[in-house]
Design a protein around this ligand. Structure first.
Ligand SMILES: *Cc1c(COP(=O)(O)O)cnc(C)c1O
Length: 426
C-alpha cells in the first residue's frame, strides 16, 4: 500500500522511523500490557463505586453535597489504591496541589527532607530557596528544608537519609520526586520508592513520606502509596487527566493526611465539604477513565523519539529499552540552535497554534530562559505532545505527551525534519 503523505518529511527520516519501530516492538508490548492492566483497575473502580449519569451534574456556590465530586474522589483513591483523595478542578496546577499538601501537613519548626536532590524548579520557590525567599514560602512560616543529593547513577542515598532522620528530630517529612523534571537523573520506579519508605519508617515510624508523583501516574502497574508512601500529589493536565480534564490536581494517600490537606485547600472547619464543580465533573471522570490508555500512547511516543534520535546519533535518556517511571524523554541535542529548531518543529506539528513560532523566554518560577512548544487544546497541558528546553548546559530538550501515538510519531518526525534542515543550513 502506498503511503499518502501530508508533510514534507525527508525520506531518510521515514526509513529510519520504520527501522526504529521494528527495534522498539518489545517496549511497545510492555507498554500495552501495563495500559491493559491499569485500564482494568480504573474500570473496576468506576464499576465498584457505581458511577452513574447523576455524577456528572454541576454544582454552584458552596457545592455542598455534590455527589459527583465525592464519588470521583473515591474512584480516584481506588485507582491509586490508597485510602483517600482530593481531586479538584480548584487546584490551579501541579505546583498548587503539592503546595497545599506541604502546607497542609508541615507546621512551624518542622523540617522537610528531600532525598532526590534539588526539587523541581517551581517547588524551590515554595520552599523559599531563592534569595530573597518568595513571599509566602514555607521558610517564612518557619519550616526548614534539607536535601540529600542523588548518588552517581541516580540512586537515593538511603544510609545518609537514615542518619539524618536519627540525628534531626525536626524532620517530619521525607520528600521524593518521582519524575526527572528538568534534569538528566533517571525517574524513580515505585519499587525504589518502596525501599525509601521502608527505611524511613523503620527509623522514624511517624515520618510522612510524600511523593511528587507528577508524570508518574499509570506508567507502572502500581502507584507510590502501594509501596508505603503516605501522601502524593500531581496535576490533572498531566497523566491522570487523560488529556480531557481542562485544569485541576490531586492529593492522595493516608486518610488523616488527606483531611489535613483539605483544611488548607479550603478552610479550617469546612475542609472537603465545600467546592462547587461548575460543570467540570464529567470531563474529570472521562479524563481519569482515558488516562491509562493516553499514558500508554505518550510512552510509545517517548520510546519512538528515543529510538529515532538514537539512530540519528544523539544521546538520549532514558534509552528506548530502559524501564520508565515517568513519561518524559530527554534528547541531548547539544546546541541552542538545535533545541530551538526541535521545539519549533514540535510546535509546527501540533493541532493547535501550529503557526506560532516559540522563542526562548524568562518564565516565572524558572531560573534560566526556556523555550516551550505546546500546541495543545488545554493551555500548558503536557500530557499533550509538548517539549521544553531550558537554554543551559547540556542543551537537552525534555519532551512528553501525545494524546495518541500516530499524532505523537508525526510530531516527532516533523521536529526531527526541522532539526535536519536547520543543521544542513550550516
Ligand atoms: C509538572 C511538575 C510539577 C508541577 O508543575 P505545574 O506546572 O505547576 O503543574 C511539579 N513537579 C514535577 C516533577 C513536575 O513535572
Amino acid at each position: 500500500m502506498t503511503q499518502r503523505t501530508f508533510f514534507d518529511i525527508d525520506d531518510r527520516l521515514l526509513t529510519l522511523a520504520e527501522e526504529t519501530e521494528s527495534d522498539i516492538r518489545p517496549a511497545f508490548e510492555k507498554i500495552e500490557s501495563i495500559a491493559f492492566q491499569n485500564q482494568q483497575k480504573v474500570l473496576a473502580a468506576f464499576i465498584h463505586n457505581h458511577v452513574g449519569e447523576n455524577c456528572f451534574t454541576s454544582s454552584t456556590g458552596y457545592g455542598y453535597g455534590d455527589v459527583g465530586r465525592e464519588k470521583l474522589e473515591k474512584v480516584f483513591a481506588d485507582a491509586m489504591e490508597c485510602e483517600d483523595a482530593l481531586l479538584r478542578h480548584n487546584f490551579m496546577c501541579g505546583t498548587h496541589a503539592l503546595t497545599v499538601a506541604l502546607f497542609g501537613v508541615l507546621r512551624p519548626g518542622d523540617t522537610m527532607l528531600c532525598v532526590t536532590g534539588m526539587p523541581y524548579d517551581t517547588i524551590q520557590s515554595v520552599i523559599g530557596l531563592h534569595n530573597p525567599p518568595a513571599s509566602g514560602s514555607l521558610k517564612e512560616f518557619g519550616i526548614g528544608f534539607q536535601k540529600i543529593d542523588l548518588l552517581t547513577g541516580g540512586g537515593v542515598d538511603i544510609e545518609k537519609m537514615r542518619r539524618q532522620l536519627r540525628d534531626d528530630a525536626s524532620i517530619k517529612m521525607v520528600y521524593i520526586q518521582r519524575s526527572r523534571g528538568y534534569s538528566l537523573r533517571p525517574s524513580l520506579p515505585v519499587e525504589a520508592i518502596g525501599e525509601i519508605c521502608a527505611a524511613a519508617h523503620e527509623v522514624k515510624p511517624e515520618v510522612v513520606v510524600m511523593v511528587d508523583n507528577c508524570y508518574g501516574e499509570f506508567v507502572q502497574l502500581t502507584e507510590p502509596c502501594v509501596h508505603g508512601a503516605d501522601l502524593m500529589a500531581g496535576s490533572l493536565i498531566k497523566n491522570p487527566g487523560g488529556g480531557i480534564a481542562s485544569t485541576g490536581g490531586y492529593i492522595a494517600g493516608r486518610k488523616d493526611l488527606v483531611e489535613m490537606c483539605s483544611y488548607r485547600l479550603s478552610t479550617p472547619g469546612t475542609g472537603r465539604e465545600v467546592g462547587c464543580t461548575l460543570g467540570h465533573s464529567r470531563e474529570m471522570y472521562m479524563g481519569l477513565f482515558s488516562a491509562p490508555h493516553v499514558v500508554g500512547e505518550a510512552l510509545k511516543t517517548a520510546v519512538f523519539a528515543a529510538g529515532l534520535f538514537t539512530r540519528l546519533g544523539y544521546d538520549v535518556t532514558p534509552r528506548p529499552d530502559e524501564p520508565r517511571a515517568d513519561i518524559i524523554q530527554s534528547l541531548l541535542l547539544r546546541t541552542p540552535e538545535a533545541l530551538i529548531a526541535f521545539c519549533q518543529g514540535i510546535q509546527s506539528g501540533s493541532p493547535v497554534d501550529a503557526q506560532a513560532l516559540p522563542e526562548p523566554w524568562d518564565m516565572p518560577g524558572y531560573d534560566s530562559k526556556i523555550i516551550m512548544a505546546s500546541g495543545s487544546f488545554t493551555l500548558g497541558s503536557s500530557i499533550e505532545l509538548s517539549a521544553d528546553a531550558p537554554l543551559r548546559e547540556p542543551y537537552a530538550v525534555w519532551m512528553q505527551g501525545a494524546l495518541n501515538y500516530a499524532a505523537g510519531k508525526t510530531g516527532v518526525l516533523i521536529a526531527a525534519d526541522r532539526l535536519l534542515k536547520q543543521s544542513q543550513k550550516h
